[in-house]
Design a protein around this ligand. Structure first.
Ligand SMILES: [Zn+2]
Length: 401
């Protein structure tokens, strides 16, 4: 391997370490990466020169001189994140340290004859309003479906009516920027990897509840994608073969019970007093809060179904922690008891104390996950984002690709 290639790899590894672990001294970096202190001194001097790494406070050390710690510069780069839904787009402009600089919502019809072109139009017109520093590293797109490869970006998404939609190719051609496309729940997991649980855990599950139900599996520090990028379709686990028909065409999927449409159907069937005023799950949540016992029972039963299914997934994957995200978490207090009881009852002995962490949710969270696809790339020493990841790193370091 040429010396400069080795230097590139080590620079990426240093960024990866600082991005996932947080500030470290040069000695700690050398020890963690198993390279010589002289190499670390030289490469970090370059990274400081490029404005990507900065010297922070002095960390007291026993006996010797206090050690200078190094950290990432949050303003060294930014990315645009795009979340595609069945009727609109959410776009966010996010800095390397996760700070949101701006957000937009645009109407979108995935069924239009040139949906990929419409998507490119929306992204292009948003980008035209973003100027100056920090430099834009690329565009990340999160979709409710499976994606062959982040760096290619061909999408299969039944809920959008998309089959082999060349999203990545069309956007790259139009924007002349690195573009990464990924399943939206996997994108959230990418954000958790660099800004959340990934800093302290190598094995965790991300579950999402809301319109659909999804999961992402982070195993040994990486998002597990499966053979076709379709891993984690937790919503289509069959919980009752006689159950309601699911959007995927099968019967009795988890999502058909606990996704938004399933909850509303259950409330109507159970004769909730608010049944004729239920336009959304938010209405059902308001009814439960106002004391409608039927509404709160619908959530509790959904919690039970989700808890049982989650126990199965935890038994198979053996994560350290489960993070619950998504629009549906707004009503989590009504899900929780049913969920906890069903989960603990079905967990394999020794795993019954697993932590379930429900996070605050914001309407831009999905799009922030999509931006994290790009922002995580410099920290991905394994190179999972392929050629597009190399282009992102080149834009960050400011050298020609
Ligand atoms: Zn299904």
């Amino acid at each position: 391997m040429a010396g400069s290639d080795r230097g590139d790899l080590t620079r990426t590894a240093i960024l990866a370490l600082l991005g996932t672990v947080g500030p470290l001294s040069r000695t700690e970096i050398a020890r963690e990466l198993d390279v010589s202190p002289a190499t670390v001194t030289q490469l970090t001097r370059e990274l400081i020169g490029h404005g990507m790494v900065e010297e922070l406070d002095l960390k007291p050390s026993r006996g010797g001189r206090p050690a200078q710690r190094l950290g990432l510069v949050g303003s060294a780069g930014r990315a645009l994140g795009v979340k595609v839904t069945a009727d609109h787009l959410v776009l966010v402009d996010v800095r390397l340290d996760g700070v949101v600089l701006g957000s937009w919502e645009r109407p979108f019809d995935p069924g239009s004859p040139d949906a990929a072109g419409d998507l490119a139009d929306a992204v292009e017109s948003t980008l035209s309003t973003i100027t100056g520093v920090p430099p834009l590293l690329g565009v990340g797109v999160g979709v409710p479906g499976s994606v062959d490869d982040q760096a290619v970006g061909t999408v299969n998404a039944p809920t959008l009516g998309w089959q082999a939609m060349p999203v990545g190719e069309r956007l790259r051609r139009r924007l002349n920027l690195p573009v990464l496309v990924e399943n939206d729940v996997n994108a959230l997991a990418a954000a958790e990897r660099i800004y959340g649980r990934g800093r302290t855990h190598r094995d965790f599950l991300v579950l999402t509840i809301g319109r659909g139900v999804g999961a992402a599996i982070v195993a040994d520090g990486r998002v597990y994608r499966g053979a076709r990028g379709g891993a984690g379709e937790f919503g289509h686990l069959c919980v009752d073969p006689q159950g309601p028909l699911c959007g995927c065409g099968a019967r009795g999927c988890l999502e058909a019970f606990v996704g938004s449409a399933g909850l509303l159907a259950a409330a109507r069937a159970a004769g909730s007093p608010a049944a004729d005023r239920l336009g959304s799950v938010a209405d059902l949540g308001r009814a439960a809060t106002a004391g409608d016992r039927v509404a709160s029972r619908v959530f509790a039963e959904a919690g039970e179904v989700l808890g049982r299914a989650t126990a199965g997934l935890v038994n198979v994957v053996d994560p350290e922690v489960v993070v619950v995200l998504g629009e549906g978490t707004a009503d989590w207090p009504f899900w929780q008891e049913g969920f906890d009881l069903a989960l603990r009852a079905q967990l394999y002995p020794g795993r019954r104390d697993i932590a379930i962490e429900v996070e605050g949710w914001d309407e831009t969270s999905w799009a922030q996950g999509a931006a994290a696809l790009v922002l995580a790339t410099p920290f991905d020493a394994a190179g999972a984002a392929g050629e597009q990841g190399r282009l992102v790193r080149a834009r960050l370091i400011g050298t020609k690709p």
